[in-house]
Design a protein around this ligand. Sequence first.
Ligand SMILES: [Zn+2]
Length: 342
Amino acid sequence: MRDIFIGTDSGATTSKTCGVYDDGTPVTLQLAQSSTNSQHGTKIVVEGWIAGVEKFLAENQLSWAQVKAVGLALPGPYQSYGVLDRTANLPASFAGWDFFSDYAAALKQKAGRDVPLVTGNDGNYGGVAEAAKVRGTKKAGVLMLAPGSGLGAAYVNPEGLPLDGDTFAGMEAGHMPAPLHLLGLPEFACGCGRTWGCFEAYTSISGLVQYLEHLVPKYPQHEFHGSPQTMKEKAFSLRTLAQKGDPLALEIFDYQAKALGIHVANLSLALDAEFVVIGGGLIDPHATTEEFRARYLGGIKAAAEPWLFPAQKKTIQILPASMGELSQGIGAALVALYKFGS
Ligand SMILES: [Zn+2]
């Protein structure tokens, strides 16, 4: 009977359950998910996590006796380790919730013994799974940058664990300032409230409307002029337009690639990671063409290069993410393995 390590990935709306064996191999690559039900309170959320584990065990012919440890990925911010702070995606009553203690108690009741538990930020845990995939058995650091609605960032050390920081705000690197003189762009506002030109605004969906306001006047023939769409709708159509070669859309994503590349170089000066994994919807093979992805990754590499040290230029590998929706759950299971495996 092999030991297994469970990963619970709790999002605001859906929760996923994953598992790995003691050698780090995923138990399954099938996605097992259920509703988080946060509107019914914290007790129901914890019951949902437990039900997710039970279902996962049953579907894979496994038992509680095999569960050596559990990892829980949950989006921050936190007040302290395992204690949630106020967050936009969850009910206000969840602020101050000691989710770590509640889940540990529920696991103990179900398994009939203490089950070691570790918890952390979902983005960091996603980085852990991508890191394990790209570096295999090699001892090397991995930086992950994943532009989506915001810019997710994680650093995973050669032992496989993420940089969390002392107040769990480590690697909030999307809110570091971009060198605007290199980008040749005006200051974009950022959702975090900082006004120093956060990288997040130049690299993710969050800044697309500001790109449009700045660049649409440069394309007087563009279909956006006189279009009844809102700015937000126009912004959301850009990825599709870029796949058809629309020059405005391509210019915006070229800017995003350039900003992301500069940030890779920025972070390489602090972290010096051999592997850089780029996630997000622009490198998703289901959403973009091969030609577009090559252009985007090429733009990132070209923008990073001039600022790297010679040894870094030779070793750094900038690669697309490949774990998709499983990354945070598998990452949580892997952190449990790295912390509590023998
Ligand atoms: Zn910001």
